[in-house]
Design a protein around this ligand. Structure first.
Ligand SMILES: [Zn+2]
Length: 465
């Protein structure tokens, strides 16, 4: 079993400088490989990572584009792994793209508005590998397992020697590789370890069965009546965030004016404004705030998901179409605040560790609209209705708790029949009562990064050093 431990680093300024250059190298090689891939593909060839790498190795020490101002190949200063891994990542990214297409996804159109519209309709979109832009892509580079040594709270990396880590590696086993990455102004190393089964699997503390309604008002409502509030990091930091964003945009406008552009207009493609040190500081402060918010959010999600898996033999959740919900502007803030996508992916790998059965209700399962006592269906329930009374049996429901109880019933296979399937969401028509307690099989997926370099990091904000 593979586990990844992400540890914060304390590099010296020289080491941090090397990290930046190594990330820049990885990004530039990725862009070269992608451009070459696209060119060969357009010419009717069949590009592959191995051949591209060979092609790159032949020119990297001699091509003028890869020489510094003194005519020296600047790749020599950076360890080889940083510029060989992007080829493997690119291959992986294309493979994933074609797999998604095979599974019925549509190629994401260029038009942003159209993309949003499609996502709202629940259309799955596949994105081909993209070019990485400095300050807009995740900064990271790879180190192979035979090139570094971990001992206590230090990691010895090629070219730069010992780098201090804030804690020692938590897992024992064969080390598979490491990725150094940056969030705001901090550096981290993610070390992948192949651990023994006994270290991977955990013992559960209890054998409950719980339904969980992930919501907006409360982050999670459990079927036992408990309601958990999210720390609402974005809300608490919103004021500061707004101030810092405003400060930064004022500086950007000033820079535009100084360069002779319209302060509110968009810049012509390829324009680079000079960066003042105040604008740089301001961007860094904003990026740090975003990173802090993301960390609070991740911490909450980890604690919630660990608890749910540790205390229950079965957990039922709604299969939320997160991107579809995010397309709903009104809900967007509250949902992104709680971090649903995060909660779901963590649930998936922790359920595997604790041997917890994970049940996802299908997308159209009316968990909120079904009376959990008698099965009457509230066809006209709106998002704003937090409470309602069932006209059939007279039970007064809290919306979220009712949904959680319905989900728990799914996990225990005592799901209520839905008397009149509505057209809403594509349930079958016809007056025959139908049990919709269909359970989707649990997909066990790994929680570790796939390292393809394509992942989006929300904590990462446009910042330059
Ligand atoms: Zn009822």
């Amino acid at each position: 079993m593979h586990l990844t431990h992400k540890i914060a680093l304390r590099p010296t300024p020289e080491q941090a400088d090397y990290f930046k250059r190594a990330c820049g190298t990885a990004r530039r090689v990725w862009n070269w490989a992608l451009a070459e891939w696209n060119r060969q593909y357009a010419a009717g060839q069949k590009p592959n990572a191995m051949a591209l790498k060979k092609q790159f190795n032949a020119l990297k020490y001699s091509d003028p584009a890869w020489l510094d101002e003194n005519g020296q190949p600047w790749l020599e200063g950076i360890h080889r792994d940083a510029h060989s891994q992007p080829f493997a990542h690119l291959q992986k990214a294309w493979k994933r793209f074609f797999k998604q297409i095979e599974e019925g996804a549509r190629i994401a159109p260029q038009d942003k508005a159209l993309r949003r519209k499609l996502r709202k309709q629940g259309v799955k979109l596949a994105y081909p590998p993209q070019f990485k832009k400095k300050g807009h892509s995740r900064d990271s580079f790879y180190v192979a397992n035979d090139k570094f040594v971990v001992s206590g709270q230090t990691i010895r990396l090629p070219k730069i020697g010992d780098v201090a880590m804030t804690e020692s590696l938590r897992f024992e086993g064969k080390i598979l590789g490491a990725t150094v990455c940056r969030t705001a102004d901090r550096w981290f190393v993610s070390i992948q370890v192949e651990v023994k089964d006994e270290q991977f699997y955990r013992r559960r503390k209890a054998d409950g069965i719980v339904g969980v309604d992930l919501g907006v008002k409360a982050a999670a409502t459990l079927s036992n009546g408990e309601s958990l509030r999210a720390p609402k990091p974005l809300k608490a930091a919103l004021r500061r965030l707004r101030i810092r964003s405003r400060r930064l945009s004022r500086k950007l406008e000033a820079a535009k004016v100084a360069a002779g552009f319209n302060p509110k207009g968009t810049l012509p493609k390829g324009t680079r404004l000079p960066i003042s040190s105040n604008r740089q500081k301001s961007a860094q402060a904003l990026a740090r705030l975003h990173a802090r918010i993301a960390h609070i959010r991740a911490d909450f999600a980890h604690k919630l998901t660990t608890r749910l898996c540790r205390e229950n033999q079965a957990v039922a959740l709604e299969d939320l179409n997160v991107s579809g919900m995010l397309a709903n502007e009104k809900l967007a803030r509250a949902i992104s605040d709680v971090g649903f996508g995060l909660i779901r992916s963590q649930m998936e790998y922790k359920a595997q560790r604790y041997g917890t059965r994970l049940v996802f209700a299908e997308r159209w399962y009316p968990s909120s609209r079904l009376c959990s006592v008698c099965g009457w269906k509230h066809e006209t329930l709106t998002l704003g209705e937090r409470e309602w009374t069932c006209p059939e049996c007279g039970t007064h429901h809290d919306r979220d708790l009712n949904a959680a109880i319905n989900l728990q019933r799914l996990a225990t296979a005592t799901a209520l029949p839905v008397a009149s399937p509505s057209g809403n969401g594509g349930a079958t028509s016809g007056g025959v009562p139908e049990v919709v307690g269909k359970v989707t099989p649990v997909r066990h997926e790994h929680g570790h990064q796939d390292g393809s370099g394509q992942e989006e990091n929300r904590a990462h904000f446009c910042v330059r050093f």
